[in-house]
Design a protein around this ligand. Structure first.
Ligand SMILES: Nc1nc2c(ncn2[C@@H]2O[C@H](COP(=O)(O)OP(=O)(O)OP(=O)(O)O)[C@@H](O)[C@H]2O)c(=O)[nH]1
Ligand SMILES: [Mg+2]
Length: 300
């Protein structure tokens, strides 16, 4: 039952608007731009997002349930398989699909992925990172290419980072969105618990601070979340696969984890609007990325 509290909704537009694309195309940045606040973590590295993250955009005239999804890849281990299951689930319930490509890249690779999705929902292809395109005429060429594809209703050019074209995109989304009654309370902004967002912010800083493969061997689990009188006490485990990785996370004399803690705490405080005491522990769980048991425990 929609929690509409007995109110009537005339001509309200409601539905699931799900974002898909290659890793690093800017899906999470776009979700944040549409929401007008940071809900999904972003990094310069590929495969940052691992879950389907719903964020609810509530206005009088519409309720858009946005979904960020992991970048589409060929799975190499069980965590990847879970990530691609999150994509699959989002393909099924989309009312409008946003297929996003990095406008600096050649169109073929994204096209191949988009084609295989076989979406039934109307598709808007989004050319993102327009601010960073150097080559003259390149965006227009890419736009014409996608407009010629049978799966594509229309193409919208944006810069999610610079907030360019976002209002126009919103108008085009609303054009395709069906009318209905809201699914969520008007003050809900996500279906994920606060703990999840806290863990994600720690994970984002791991993507920022540590080189190469380490972030891909790591996950974060919030163990304790206690609201005290003047602050919130949070304890989180950083899980890695090997002892050597634990050493790198800690750094010499604990230098690195201290830096990680400081960066993460600042963002968590901003997100929660409260002072935070953050305690981080590093735990070694060999092959957690391939263990159903561990993956389940860690929320995948
Ligand atoms: N120049 C430029 N960079 C952008 C834009 N949008 C996103 N980025 C950058 O692209 C990188 C990846 O952005 P994300 O939003 O994490 O990409 P994603 O598609 O969610 O990536 P995964 O979660 O790994 O699949 C980050 O460094 C962003 O700052 C844009 O419009 N312009
Ligand atoms: Mg992402």
């Amino acid at each position: 039952m929609p929690r509409s509290g007995g109110a009537f909704f005339f001509n309200m537009k409601v539905g699931f608007v799900n974002i898909f694309g290659k890793p690093n195309a800017g899906k999470s940045t776009l979700l944040n731009a549409l929401m007008g606040e940071k809900m999904a973590i972003v990094s310069h590295k590929v495969q940052t997002t691992r879950h389907r993250i719903k964020a609810i955009l509530n206005e009088k005239e519409y309720q858009i349930i946005l979904s960020d999804t992991p970048g589409i890849i060929d799975p190499k281990y069980k965590l990847h398989e879970k990530m691609m299951q999150a994509v699959k689930g989002s393909l099924e319930d989309a009312d409008v699909a946003l297929l996003i490509a990095d406008a600096r890249e050649a169109v073929e690779e994204s096209h191949e992925i988009f084609q295989k999705l076989r979406l039934k929902a109307p598709v808007i292809v989004i050319l993102n990172k327009s601010d960073a395109v150097k080559e003259e005429g390149a965006i227009e060429k890419a736009k014409a290419f996608f407009e010629g594809q049978p799966y594509c209703k229309e193409v919208v050019i944006i810069s999610a980072l610079r907030n360019k074209g976002i209002d126009e995109l919103l108008q085009r989304i609303l054009f395709y969105l069906p009318e209905g009654e809201p699914f969520y309370d008007s003050d809900d902004i996500s279906d994920m618990p606060t703990r999840f967002f806290v863990g994600e912010l720690v994970r984002e800083k791991i993507f920022l601070l540590y080189q190469e493969e380490l972030p891909y061997h790591t996950t974060v689990l919030v163990q304790e979340f206690k609201e005290k009188t003047t602050l919130i006490k949070i304890t989180a485990d950083i899980i890695v696969q090997r002892d050597t990785q634990k050493g790198i996370i800690l750094g010499e004399g604990g230098k690195m984890i201290k830096q990680l803690g400081t960066l993460a705490r600042k963002d968590i405080e901003e997100f929660l609007g409260s002072k935070v005491f953050l305690e981080l522990y590093v735990k070694v769980r060999p092959k957690w990325r391939d263990s159903d048991l561990f993956l389940k425990e860690y929320g995948y």
